[in-house]
Design a protein around this ligand. Structure first.
Ligand SMILES: NC(=O)c1ccc[n+]([C@@H]2O[C@H](COP(=O)([O-])OP(=O)(O)OC[C@H]3O[C@@H](n4cnc5c(N)ncnc54)[C@H](O)[C@@H]3O)[C@@H](O)[C@H]2O)c1
Length: 254
């Protein structure tokens, strides 16, 4: 792929204050995009944006709670105000690394609802916000970050896995609503990724087991996921919609 395949494009990446999202932001900036780094943690979002600008990129850091319609609208207005258009939305914001794994009987309804609210409703609200802009442009890319946990099932994470499965249905169905407006909607399912952020699901024994199940038996890094996101954001993927790209090193579920 040419090195600046996203030149002239504006991308909103939610959840890009840390982890995989921040690596998406770096790779999108490297590919020439203007990046809106959006995160609940505003300081992190601004730090990532500053890093990108210091490196010669173009970026805007904004604080947003994706469950709050007003905040999502403000994010959109800030992005359009700064860059004039929205070409790409990456729905990466999620309750993930802060989750404690527990049997489903022990997940209280408040925690269940929070996970659904951020991981599913948040993505829905962001799609609703960008759709009018993308329809006007007759072009756009929406990329939902699902998870390969949906394929194998993962115990003690029922709210999380369920929320990520919902994004696959959302992707498939929204693709059918937006296709005639030139907007593609796709999902990425990362396998277990080393992000540098500690989390309950990445204890050493679990990581070892995961690596052993992969056809390419090494730890997946955030950078390993970026190529698929840049591709789905680029013109090269223009006839691909409603699809889910699995980036898990070829995991065998037995
Ligand atoms: N790391 C993995 O192994 C892995 C695997 C499969 C899928 N994923 C998915 O990839 C994405 C990134 O994963 P990660 O490991 O970097 O996660 P992470 O938990 O480190 O980062 C999530 C980001 O989302 C932000 N966020 C949380 N609630 C928000 C809200 N209400 N509004 C806006 N931002 C909010 C957080 O502040 C954080 O910066 C997530 O969607 C996750 O589910 C991760």
């Amino acid at each position: 792929m040419a090195s600046e395949v996203l030149t002239g494009k504006t991308a909103i990446i939610t959840g890009s204050g840390q982890g995989i999202g921040s690596e998406f932001a770096r790779s999108f900036a490297e590919a020439g995009a203007q990046v809106v780094v959006a995160d609940l943690n505003e300081a992190n979002a601004k730090n990532v944006a500053t890093e990108l600008c210091d490196g010669g990129g173009v970026a805007l850091g904004v604080g947003v709670d994706v469950t709050d319609e007003g905040a999502v609208q403000s994010m959109l207005e800030a992005a359009v105000g700064e860059f004039g258009r929205i070409d790409v939305l990456v729905n990466g914001a999620a309750v993930f690394s802060s989750l404690i794994m527990r049997p489903f009987e022990e997940i209280d309804s408040a925690e269940w609802r929070t996970v659904m609210d951020v991981n599913v409703t948040g993505a829905f609200l962001c799609c609703q916000a960008v759709a009018p802009v993308m329809r006007r442009q007759q072009a756009g890319r929406i990329i939902n970050i699902s998870s390969a946990t949906v394929l194998g099932g993962r115990p003690n994470y029922l709210h999380y896995v369920t929320s990520k499965a919902a994004l696959v249905g959302m992707t498939r169905s929204l693709a059918r609503e937006l296709g005639s407006s030139g907007v593609t909607v796709n999902a990425i399912m990362p396998g277990s990724v080393e992000t540098g952020i500690p989390r309950d699901s990445a204890r050493p024994e679990a990581v070892e087991k995961t690596i052993a199940s992969q056809s390419i038996p090494r730890r997946i890094t955030s950078a390993d996921i970026c190529g698929s996101a840049v591709f789905l954001a680029s013109d090269a993927s223009r006839m691909i919609t409603g699809q889910t790209v699995v980036v898990d090193g070829g995991t065998e579920f037995v």
